[in-house]
Design a protein around this ligand. Structure first.
Ligand code: PGA
Length: 252
């Protein structure tokens, strides 16, 4: 039986008190739903508050970003040890907003990934093509490059602590989600690449879908054999929508 992974990426939203309200509601709702793995990714400033709320619950905490250096003169940055200290068990790496708005290259993403796994933090690696790349028929090429470069120098043992979120850039925050067919073929492709990297034809990697997931369309994705869960942006800021997604996942 698959245990779906439902991740709420709050991005740069919510003050601590608002984050606390949502976290309390999600924690409370998830109490009686043991067959879904729920993860919340608040902004740095709410990590501590949300961690206190999630103590002794089955909801986990993720950071949306960190810097790969251990410590030192990096004004404005936060290290992996710091996010771990703040209670994170997971880190989102390579989100398309980081790639596009903050110029994160595959090389930087790889450094972050190596840093996270060495520090026992599980990684949600985001990959995805933009609209122009899809229109030009370059989706698979882009995905392969992103996955391969991000996973350079990662051992097959370390791969076990990484899941991949396929998030087509054109579907993020647009209200236009990918079709189930599009998701299935890319997920299948990602699994093949991972098997090659792990050098193990039986290696199984969790692959999630993200991009305009909401309480109405989540079932279509969660029912797919190829989809282990969803990464939710906008709809994770609404308690009812996110609880509906968790509830739908529990019935799959
Ligand atoms: P969205 O964001 O659900 O608002 O499209 C998804 C994401 O960016 O992870």
């Amino acid at each position: 039986m698959k245990i779906p992974l439902i991740i709420g990426n709050w991005k740069m939203n919510l003050l601590s008190s608002e984050a606390a309200n949502i976290a309390k509601a999600i924690q409370d709702f998830s109490k009686n739903i043991p067959n879904v793995n729920v993860i919340l990714a608040p902004p740095f400033t709410s990590l501590h508050t949300v961690k206190q709320i999630l103590l002794n619950s089955n909801v986990s905490l993720a950071c949306q970003n960190f810097y790969f250096k251990q410590k030192g003169a990096y004004t404005g940055e936060v290290s992996i040890e710091m996010v771990k200290d703040a209670g994170c068990q997971y880190a989102i790496v390579g989100h398309s907003e980081r790639r596009k708005l903050f110029n994160e290259s595959n090389e930087i993403i790889n450094k972050k990934l190596v840093c996270a796994v060495k520090n026992d933090i599980r990684v949600v690696l985001c990959v995805g093509e933009n609209q122009v790349q899809r229109n030009k028929g370059k989706t698979f090429e882009i995905i392969e490059t992103q996955v391969q470069q991000a996973l350079t120098n990662i051992s097959s043992k370390e791969l076990e602590n990484i899941c991949i979120a396929y998030e087509p850039v054109w579907a993020i925050g647009t209200g236009v989600n990918a079709s189930v067919n599009q998701v299935e073929e890319v997920h299948d492709f990602i699994r093949k690449i991972i098997k090659k990297i792990a050098n193990d034809k039986n290696f199984y990697c969790n692959v999630l879908y993200g991009g305009s997931v909401n309480s109405q369309n989540c079932k279509d994705f969660l029912l797919c054999k190829e989809v282990e869960g969803v990464l939710v942006g906008g709809a994770s800021l609404d308690i009812n929508s996110f609880c509906d997604i968790i509830s739908t996942a529990s019935t799959i």
